[in-house]
Write a protein that binds this ligand. Structure first.
Ligand code: ATP
Length: 547
């Protein structure tokens, strides 16, 4: 599938628009259109339903080490600045970036990849060719040898057939692995050595609280929803009857001033997260980690992500965050990535007691296998915690402890994008319905995610058909999202619904008015069956997995 075809469909049919498009757009910000908002809401509702509301704390889930509680929160986007100091985001949540003096573009230091190459650079105006050894680069997601060949051809002024004269050395690597950027040709530059030394860049958006707006009033837009859950752990335990092990879920907006937002909504500056912080006894945390890792992976497949494009990748020890005992990423082979590459949909992390202890004691750092308070130059704690007791007393074990945390953290926008990519289908099989129009494009959404569940058409605009069709439309609309369409040939109307992924179309024809049956057409199989009008709602609910 070509990504630009999907992007065009998303705009044409009202799934996604660039934010502030009439003013030229704003990089890294996206608006969900009339269908996109329904799709994303369905993704979030499916998550909340499956993780929170349908959870039964008295029944052990398959594969779970025991029974557990599950509840939810909705916290603010702006929190006390101390939260980010203790969580580590204030000091650590940064990326390195390099600027290109020639192209005026900015890149993430670890995203620019390239390879050493020697060749003859042809001068303009007939100047003699000069032999040069340079590090040719491209952006990470296009970091294949083919992309580098194209960049090298451009740099050395070679035609395709002369590329064999180039001598490549060493593996493809990130510029962050090089000792110097002196001979590096930036991804959009024509000369070597135009990249600046890397500089740190904090990814949190800053704002000020109140009218005076001094340094003391600086606050941050949250870069993750998780911290709201940690700082409310005690409130939840004290105000409800939940007991550890307990999962607290939250869906909400997060903001990161990403240096290079790209790949449609995959890396945005404003996005939504769906996070669970699962609190448990330290002795059981490894089992709970495995449980959540597998459960979250299976959630995506249950909603239609094909298992050959989805993978679970355990992090290597060296890749783990400083507090983490184990982390796995759930990744999807997005079509904008090079063959064989995967992008993160969700991270499932075993975070130990790092978060609760940080909010009690202050910012922690690892020393060997211990977490200790980070000290400033004056020997005092660098960032003080709340000083509140966030331990938990387990009355069955008769033990007080700091719970360990397992965090399945997913992005609602990345999940929605994966479901859009997966759904995009071009069907070449000619059928009786399609006749001359042999290829059709349709969005094969899982019925739970489809923005519109059914469409109702009168075959023609007369003989009582529109009246009966509008009645059916009004009846069904009480239960789920339905569209009514009487414009154009019925084949065209089917195509319009296929393109937005509506699983079922109901047509009222001459026979319907006589015997009270309608045709029900299936988006994927194109099969049509006659259904009695008074059995239609039950039949649809069953087919849509709603009953
Ligand atoms: P990446 O390495 O891709 O930047 P991350 O490891 O920083 O992601 P987390 O901090 O683990 O991401 O955030 C949890 C989830 O939030 C991610 O798996 C992703 O689905 C989502 N997410 C994070 N950053 C973005 C973003 N810039 N745009 C859209 N979704 C995001």
């Amino acid at each position: 599938m070509q990504m630009d075809e999907l992007v065009a469909l998303c705009k044409r049919r009202g799934f996604l628009f660039q934010s502030s498009e009439i003013y030229g757009g704003l990089n890294g910000f996206w608006d969900y259109g009339p269908l996109g908002v329904l799709l994303k809401r369905n993704v979030k509702d499916a998550w909340w339903h499956d993780m929170v509301t349908s959870h039964n704390e008295m029944v052990r889930d398959a594969g779970a080490p025991g029974t557990y509680d599950m509840t939810g929160l909705d916290c603010t986007i702006i929190m006390h600045p101390q939260v980010w100091k203790c969580s580590g985001h204030y000091d650590l949540f940064h990326d390195y970036m390099v600027d290109c003096r020639e192209s005026k573009k900015r890149y993430r230091y670890d995203h620019v990849k390239g390879r050493w190459v020697t060749g003859k650079k042809h001068g303009t105006d007939g100047e003699p060719a000069v032999e040069m050894k340079v590090f040719i680069t491209t952006m990470e997601t296009e970091g294949t040898q083919e992309a580098l060949q194209a960049e090298a051809a451009h740099f050395f002024g070679l035609r395709k057939k002369d590329l064999e004269s180039l001598v490549w050395e060493g593996p493809v690597m990130a510029i962050s692995e090089l000792d110097s950027l002196e001979n590096v040709v930036g991804p959009d530059a024509k000369h070597p050595g135009t990249l600046t030394e890397p500089r740190e860049f904090n990814l949190m958006f800053k704002t000020t609280i109140g009218a005076l707006g001094g340094e003391d009033d600086v606050a941050f837009l949250r870069p993750e929803t998780a911290q709201g859950i940690f700082v409310n752990f005690k409130n939840v335990c004290d105000s409800t009857r939940v007991k550890v092990p307990v999962g607290i879920a939250q869906i909400g907006k997060s903001f990161r001033n990403e240096i290079t937002p790209r790949n449609f909504t995959f890396r945005s500056r404003e996005f939504e997260q769906m996070e669970i912080e699962f609190f448990c006894h330290p002795s059981e945390s490894a089992d709970w980690y495995r449980y959540w890792r597998d459960r979250r992976f299976n959630w995506y497949t249950s909603l239609g992500l094909a298992s050959d494009k989805l993978r679970l990748r355990e992090h290597e020890k060296a890749e783990l965050a400083h507090y983490s005992v184990g982390t796995a990423d759930i990744e999807y082979a997005f079509p904008f990535l090079p063959e064989g590459d995967y992008g993160e949909l969700e991270g499932v992390a075993h975070r130990g007691d790092f978060d609760l202890r940080s909010h009690m004691e202050g910012k922690l750092v690892r020393e060997g296998d211990q977490l200790v308070l980070e000290k400033g130059p004056d020997g005092q704690p660098k960032h003080r915690g709340s000083g509140k007791d966030l331990t938990y007393f387990d009355d069955q074990r008769k033990e007080r402890f700091v719970p360990h945390v397992i965090e399945p953290s997913s992005g609602a926008d990345r999940a929605t994008l994966a479901f859009l990519c997966e759904a995009y289908t071009i069907d070449q099989v000619p059928t009786a319905e399609k006749k001359e129009d042999a290829s059709r494009t349709y969005m094969k959404f899982h019925p739970r995610l489809a923005p519109i569940k059914a469409a109702v058409f009168p075959l023609v605009k007369k003989d009582g058909m529109p009246e009966m069709a509008t009645e059916i439309y009004s009846e069904l609309k009480k239960s789920f999202a339905v569209q009514y369409d009487e414009k154009g040939a019925v084949g065209r109307r089917y195509r319009r619904q296929d393109e937005i992924g509506t699983p079922f179309c109901i047509t009222v024809d001459g026979q319907s008015v006589e015997d009270g049956t309608v045709t029900l057409r299936d988006r994927d199989t194109l099969e049509q069956v006659r259904v009695k009008r008074d059995e239609l709602l039950t039949e649809l609910k069953q087919r849509l997995h709603l009953s």
